[in-house]
Design a protein around this ligand. Sequence first.
Ligand SMILES: Cc1cc2nc3c(=O)[nH]c(=O)nc-3n(C[C@H](O)[C@H](O)[C@H](O)COP(=O)(O)O)c2cc1C
Length: 207
Amino acid sequence: MHAPGLVKTVGVDNPGDSDPTTELARFEELARRRRTNLRIDVGRPVPEALVRRLCDVAQWAPNHHRSWPWRFAALTGDARRRLGAVVAEDLRAVAASPEKIAKAEGKYLRAPLMLAVAVGHGADDGDERRVEDRDAVAAGIQNLLLGATAAGLASYWGSGAVLGLDGVRALCGFAPTDTLVAMIYLGYPLGEVPAPARPDPVLHLVS
Ligand SMILES: Cc1cc2nc3c(=O)[nH]c(=O)nc-3n(C[C@H](O)[C@H](O)[C@H](O)COP(=O)(O)O)c2cc1C
């Protein structure tokens, strides 16, 4: 009999694929449950202690040369409006339509917290190091998103032109040489969204 609280692992002799209580089955359920979801309760703040915990678990992802490349900035309150204003200013400079500018201004008010995640680059980093550090940051973001899911949060990995703006880096307190890779909307969900179906894995069994 399996005692409550103990972890059941899955081994070669015990694939456990029909047992929903194995650690792997519970992990699969969590990974499948994580969803890109913008149906977020803007009026319910995300506790700072939880944000710190999610950033910490992000840093348990692997990173080559122990470079610890993760950089985070949590934008709440008026900082979300200032973020939209920076993007809107950039759009004005390229004569974007008033509708597009207005949309940018309100965009980051759709969640109580925007978590910016960047790669911290050293001045002498070569191409390989830069690529590997970005890989590590992306792996960390997945940890963070799964942690957010486990904590009952909705999350949404946003990208686009916002990630390349100097004004956004400055607002977040990142170095000018840092590379932003995600602008994550975080908050408590108002509802669920359907899961996009996944294709079968492309797996070459080579022996
Ligand atoms: C690098 C990256 C950038 C993304 N940027 C956006 C984005 O700008 N807007 C968006 O709607 N979704 C974005 N997504 C989320 C994907 O659209 C989403 O993961 C995909 O539709 C599958 O849905 P799921 O996450 O719910 O499984 C991004 C995901 C990644 C990994």
